[in-house]
Design a protein around this ligand. Structure first.
Ligand SMILES: NC(=O)c1ccc[n+]([C@@H]2O[C@H](COP(=O)([O-])OP(=O)(O)OC[C@H]3O[C@@H](n4cnc5c(N)ncnc54)[C@H](OP(=O)(O)O)[C@@H]3O)[C@@H](O)[C@H]2O)c1
Length: 144
C-alpha cells in the first residue's frame, strides 16, 4: 500500500491483521511504526516477496491508494482487479483510476463463482459500519 493509505488506516487497525504489510514510499527509509516493511518502488516490494518473504507469502494484494492502483494498472504485469461497486454517492477526494475496456475484461460469472470470494456476486447495501467498502457488487476483472 502507499504511504498515504497506511496513514489513513486508524492506528488501532494497523498493521492490517494476518497480512504482511509493505508500505511503498520513496522518502521513508524505515517502515512506519507498526508496518512490516517499506519499499522504495514496486520492484523492491516484489523482490522482497520473492526473497525474504518467499516462504511466508503466496499472494500479493495491492490495496491502493489511487496512485498505486494507477501505476500497476498501467503496467504490463499480470493483474487481476477485484472491484466493489458501492451503490451510493459520496463526497470524495480520491478516485479509483478508469478501468479501460481494452486493458481489462470482466471474467465470466462461472469463473467468479469459483473464486475464494463467496460474496463476490452478492449485491449488498453499502454500509457505514464497513466504511462503505463492503457494499455494492464485487466483480473480478482480469487483464488480457
Ligand atoms: N476505498 C478504498 O478502497 C481505498 C483504498 C486505499 C486507499 N484509499 C484512500 O486513498 C487515499 C490515499 O491515496 P493516494 O493515492 O492519495 O495515496 P497512496 O497511493 O496511498 O500513497 C501515495 C504515496 O505512496 C508512495 N508511492 C506511490 N507510488 C510509489 C512508488 N511507485 N514507489 C514508491 N512509493 C510510492 C509515495 O510516498 P512518499 O511521499 O512517502 O514517497 C506517495 O506519496 C487515502 O485517503 C485512503 O484512505 C481508499
Amino acid at each position: 500500500m502507499g504511504r498515504k493509505t497506511w496513514f489513513s488506516i486508524p492506528e488501532k487497525n494497523r498493521p492490517l491483521q494476518n497480512r504482511i504489510n509493505i508500505v511503498l514510499s520513496r522518502q521513508l527509509k524505515a517502515p512506519p511504526a507498526g508496518a512490516h516493511f517499506v519499499a522504495a518502488d514496486f520492484a523492491a516490494a516484489l523482490n522482497l516477496v520473492d526473497s525474504e518473504l518467499a516462504e511466508r507469502a503466496d499472494q500479493v494484494w495491492i490495496i491502493g491508494g489511487s496512485s498505486i492502483y494507477k501505476e500497476i494498472m498501467e503496467s504490463q504485469a499480470p493483474r487481476r482487479l477485484i472491484v466493489t461497486r458501492v451503490q451510493k454517492q459520496f463526497e470524495c477526494d480520491t478516485f479509483f483510476p478508469e478501468i479501460r475496456p481494452e486493458q481489462f475484461r470482466l471474467l465470466p460469472e462461472s469463473f467468479r463463482r469459483r473464486t475464494a470470494f463467496p460474496t463476490s456476486l452478492r449485491s449488498t447495501r453499502a454500509s457505514s459500519s464497513d466504511g462503505g467498502l463492503g457494499g455494492g457488487i464485487k466483480m473480478l476483472i482480469k487483464s488480457f
